[in-house]
Design a protein around this ligand. Structure first.
Ligand code: ADP
Ligand code: MG
Length: 600
């Protein structure tokens, strides 16, 4: 067949098919136009899930009468003027394709009035042509009606679902925008009945109340992180005890635009690692604020996908903000038999809410700390367990997160050490049953907080080396050392460049003082590079130093050492999980003991 340019109408329908897939996409485009017009009220009426007609009424700025004639032309938009504007888009629309596309596949009418004009303008279009335009009476704002959608495109009509299923998609569009524009009042009327309303004028929690119900909305935890690298994260996330079986409850917005983004969804589930069982997922509404010039929204016909210039930064800002929120309330995992969760030696692992009351359990008198900082690196001193350099100070360590809720300090009940098992776990008794503490994870938690707070104060605890050690670096190691000199110094590695692929180590983190310095440095570089669970190098380096500087599994601890470790753990801000997100302890409650032994 010879090559021919398609007739205009056919080309328009093909292009329209990408933008307007179904009634819900028409609603989405029209609602976005209303929001871009500054509306504070958006009312959507649909018949038969939109298959029988869609009407969107807003009280926004309206369209000047002179502009109405060009409304249905392709690429007619008031939101972009020059190519550079594409670099930083701050409106939901920008392509000038929605009304053009709708008019190509449906009959569209618009009634619109600006605040400074006396009359409204009415315009009707179908098959890409304006059929009628005239002045009429009407309120300030814009009403767009769409009828006979896809009547001329039977191929597309075949793919539409039942009215009920189309309505549920329309509802999804409405609830999304109600969450990201909580100041706007949204109303969805389906076949004459109100299907959804949001109050408008309120905050995110009020909007969430309209979407998820009052009770769920009140239980949500608030995510509110100070902007890092110009990226702000705010929102709501479900508490660990209410979860879903899939990721569908995770709703993400970038600059108030609902987006689908696999890697960001992963950041949210990652933030729950060690807190939720692997097959459970949170409900979350997360709003990312990213400088517009760092986001490309022009990658998908319906603008549902975005790309980031600094995806790593966005990922870690999101993961960190969510993790800090949920970890603050993470309960000690409880050992219970016969319930869902990962199997354990006792049965299955599940999570139970934390006891809120203060513990009546008298804390054990703190023993004399015996674990000072060795004054010199000793090649092998296996009998000395350094739980914490300078453990004598009684001042509580600064919080791991800036705005830690007060309750976190009581997150761990006072525990009485009973003994050690498998040379790995400390067995302790608390106010409500038995606790098993992973000695390595617990110590890691203690050391990690200590390192992070020293880094924040720019006062790392360093063990200077009397004899500097020359370390030969592989190309990969050299890259790390070259790229992150400040981070390495912040965590106690004093380095100097020393010729080709070699550096001179002048000091090491105090927690690694008993190790061979060069080997400790290379081990850290190796492990940090492999720690793919962390997205930033700061997390990789600090968690690795903490890990290598902590008591190992398989190490016998004496009673004083165990008591001291538990005391240090009690004073941490986030005692329940190690930096890798694994639990530091399991709880076998008195209740469950009684049940398991058939006493009740
Ligand atoms: P885009 O939103 O990408 O600019 P559209 O085809 O959706 O393209 O709309 C074209 C233009 O029509 C918009 O740029 C805007 O100027 C105007 N417009 C559409 N809907 C409304 C509305 N509800 N209120 C005010 N102006 C509107
Ligand atoms: Mg638009």
């Amino acid at each position: 067949m010879p090559i021919r340019v398609l007739p205009h109408e056919v080309a328009a329908r093909i292009a329209a098919g990408e933008v307007v897939e179904r009634p819900a996409s028409a609603v989405k485009e029209l609602v976005e136009n209303a929001l871009d017009a500054g509306a504070t009220s958006v009312r959507v009426e649909v018949q038969a899930g939109g298959l029988g007609g869609v009407r969107v009424v807003d009280n926004g700025c309206g369209i000047p009468a002179a502009d109405v004639a060009s409304l249905f032309q392709r690429h007619a938009t008031s939101k972009l003027t020059a190519a550079e504007d594409l670099q930083s888009i701050e409106t939901l629309g920008f392509r000038g394709e929605a009304l053009y596309s709708l008019a190509a596949v449906a009959e569209v009418s618009v009634l619109t009035r600006t605040p400074d004009s006396d009359a409204a303008t009415y315009v009707e279009a179908a098959n890409g042509r304006i059929l009628r335009q005239e002045p009429r009476g009407g309120p300030v704002g814009t009403t767009v009606s769409v009828e006979n959608l896809f009547d001329q495109v039977p191929a597309r009509k075949k793919f539409l679902r039942s009215p009920r299923s189309e309505l549920s998609r329309v509802n999804g569009v409405m609830t999304n925008y109600a969450l990201s524009y909580p100041g706007v009042r949204f109303t969805l009327v389906a076949d004459g009945r109100t299907a959804f309303t949001s109050p408008g004028g309120g905050g995110l929690r009020e909007a969430a109340s309209a979407v998820y119900g009052r009770e769920a909305a009140q239980a949500f935890l608030e995510v509110d992180a100070p902007a890092a690298n110009d990226i702000g994260v705010a929102g709501l996330v479900s508490p660990p005890e209410s979860t879903r079986a899939n990721r569908s409850g995770i709703t993400l917005f970038v600059n108030r635009r609902p987006v689908q983004h696999r890697s960001l969804t992963y950041a949210v589930t990652e933030a729950h690692r060690g807190i939720l069982p692997a097959d459970r997922f949170p409900v979350a509404v997360l709003l990312l604020d990213v400088p517009p010039q760092d986001v490309d929204v022009n990658v998908h016909p319906t603008k549902a996908e975005v790309r980031f210039r600094r995806e790593g930064d966005v990922f870690s800002a999101l993961q960190k903000a969510v993790r800090e929120t949920v970890i603050a309330v993470a309960p000690v995992p409880e050992i219970v038999s016969g319930t869902v969760g990962a199997p354990t030696a006792f049965g299955r692992l599940t999570t139970a809410p934390r006891e809120p009351e203060a513990s009546p359990w008298a804390p054990e008198a703190p023993p004399q700390a015996q674990f000072g900082l060795p004054s010199m690196p000793e090649a092998d001193a296996p009998s000395t367990v350094t739980l914490m350099p300078d453990a004598g100070s009684d001042a509580p360590p600064p919080p791991r997160q800036e705005h830690a809720p007060v309750s976190m300090m009581q997150a761990l009940p006072a525990l009485r050490v009973l003994g050690q098992t498998q040379e790995t776990y400390i067995v302790a008794e608390g106010p409500d049953g038995l606790y098993l503490i992973d000695q390595h994870a617990a110590h890691e938690c203690v050391v990690y907080e200590r390192l992070r707070s020293a880094a924040v104060r720019a006062a790392p605890e360093v063990q200077g080396l009397l004899e500097p050690a020359a370390v030969a670096l592989s190309p990969a190691h050299e890259e790390t050392v070259h790229d992150h000199p400040d981070l390495l110094a912040q965590y106690g590695w004093l380095l100097e460049p020393f010729g080709d692929r070699t550096c001179l180590l002048r000091g090491v983190p105090a927690v690694l003082a008993t190790r061979d310095p060069a080997k400790a440095f290379l081990d850290m570089l190796e492990a940090a590079a492999a720690a793919a669970e962390f997205s930033t190098w700061e997390d990789r380096i600090s968690a690795t130093v903490a890990c290598h500087g902590s008591v190992r599994a398989g190490q016998t601890l004496n009673r004083e050492e165990m008591v001291e470790l538990v005391r240090l753990l009690e004073r941490t801000q986030q005692p329940h999980t190690c930096p890798h997100g694994r639990p530091t302890m399991l709880h076998l409650s008195a209740n469950n003991l009684e049940r398991e032994f058939g006493r009740r």
